[in-house]
Design a protein around this ligand. Structure first.
Ligand code: UD1
Length: 418
């Protein structure tokens, strides 16, 4: 197992280009199954989830070839509609393949997907959405068998705007005759990216980014070359890293218009941000000021994937702040480790109250999920002494060599075999 060693006390300075978004790349890879022609994604970060998804696609019979910084997927030879159990448990995004596989074979067998342990994360909304499209589903021996022989366009109302379920249904409906309407759809920017790529493949999808998405089925989709959108969570994490060190950084290729909620909180903490369409700069004060409260919400609310990084910032701020996690029920699992570094966090259910301290101290801590692991690295950048963050593999799921990105900005972070 690998770990990150973080030497605290170095101010981050400099400029970095933001990678493509993990949460865009994974559904885009799944969408490649909708056509037998080649789909090329230029600029795909070297993250573990991308490799897991590529492995699943290969087992299903697709050919995945690295091309420069990107990859090409050719699903012409797809022959398998059973998702591999071991890999599905490794990444939750494996469930995105359900819609495209059904659309291709009219049947699919899946297991309950895995991913970060940040809550129950059921898939009932995915399955209910597919039922509205005529898929009949039965569970047996831990397997979910989906029969799509009677699939048709339909009308769906999600009880909750799930990102993955919205994307799954969009893809499942792309080749069904007639119009499918998704009400109370999730509005995340990555769904807009998926819509845009699907439309470039010949699909007729409109409304992504709003609460109602309409998919007019077409006969076939064709190949495409597509550059996935930049990662607003990686960008936010890098800004937070600069902020906690009192630093000054520039991000290029940043999805600035999708970062309004995060940037507003950083401003509340005393940072000065300058925004241009695809570039932003942040200058942080020597010590941040605590914001009064932060509540996670579906987009355009504050993203749950940035919550724990902001919790880390709050730990080293002046004042007291409250964080409420509304999206997942188990996303304060790093509070204990942050407290071991000298923080004062009190958690009760979905609420954390943080009293900022002047000094955090280096300690040996453990990542328990992707974003929480990144937050521990951020705390380590501020801490006095050395912090060892175990389970670097969890951080690698969504950050392309975080240690290199932070070193490029003047941080002292190395990777070791622990
Ligand atoms: C996606 C993101 C993830 C982000 C999350 C919320 C990807 C690859 N991942 O995950 O990084 O944290 O959106 O912004 O894009 N739920 C149900 N039943 C379902 C589906 C979801 O109850 O069938 C619940 C979940 O348990 C959770 C909430 O809905 O409490 C949000 O989940 P969802 O929007 O589906 O997140 P993901 O698509 O899994």
């Amino acid at each position: 197992m690998e770990a990150f060693i973080v030497e605290g006390g170095y101010r981050l300075e400099g400029s970095l280009r933001v990678d493509s978004a993990k949460n865009a790349v994974l559904p885009l890879m799944a969408a490649s199954v909708l056509t037998p022609e080649e789909v090329t994604l230029t600029d795909v970060p070297d993250i573990a989830d991308r490799h897991s998804m590529a492995e699943i696609l290969s087992i299903l019979g697709a050919k995945v070839t690295p091309t420069g910084r990107g990859l090409t997927i050719s699903s012409g030879g797809l022959h398998n509609w059973e998702m591999p159990d071991r890999l599905s448990k490794r990444i939750r995004s494996s469930i995105f393949l359900l819609g495209p596989i059904l659309s291709r074979f009219r049947r699919a067998t899946v297991t309950y997907p895995g991913g970060c342990e940040i809550g129950l994360r059921p898939i009932d909304l995915h399955l209910n959405g597919l039922r509205c499209l005529g898929v009949s589903i039965h569970e047996e021996g831990g397997l979910i068998h989906c029969d799509g022989t009677r699939m048709h366009a339909g009308e769906i109302h999600f009880d909750y705007p799930s990102v993955g379920a919205t994307e799954n249904v969009m893809m499942a409906a792309a080749l069904l005759p007639g119009e499918t309407v998704i009400h109370n759809a999730a509005r995340e920017p990555e769904i807009v990216d998926l819509q845009q790529m699907m439309n470039r493949m010949g699909a007729k999808v409109r409304g992504a980014g709003g609460q109602t998405i309409c998919v007019e089925g077409v006969k076939a989709l064709h190949g495409v070359t597509w550059k996935p959108m930049p990662d607003r969570i990686v960008a936010g994490t890098l800004l937070a890293a600069a902020a906690i060190t009192g630093g000054e950084i520039e991000l290029t290729d940043a999805p600035v218009s999708d970062m309004v909620a995060v940037n507003a909180k950083l401003r509340e903490m005393g940072c000065v941000l300058h925004e241009e369409p695809h570039r932003l700069t942040l200058t942080a004060p020597r010590r941040l000021t605590a914001f009064a409260q932060l509540q996670t919400q579906p987009h355009p609310g504050f993203p749950t994937d940035m919550q724990v990084q902001m919790l880390a910032l709050l730990c080293a701020s002046e004042g007291t702040g409250v964080v409420v996690e509304n999206v997942f029920e188990n996303r304060f699992t790093h509070a204990g480790d942050l407290n071991r570094m000298g923080a004062h966090i009190l958690c009760s259910g979905r609420t954390a109250v943080v009293r900022g301290v002047e000094t955090l101290y280096g300690a040996r801590v453990t990542a328990r999920d992707l974003r929480g692991g990144a937050a521990l690295v951020l705390a380590g950048l501020r801490a006095q002494g050395v912090t060892q963050v175990d389970r670097a593999d969890l951080i690698d799921r969504g950050y392309d060599h975080l240690e290199k990105q932070l070193c490029a900005l003047g941080g002292k972070v190395t990777r070791i075999e622990a």
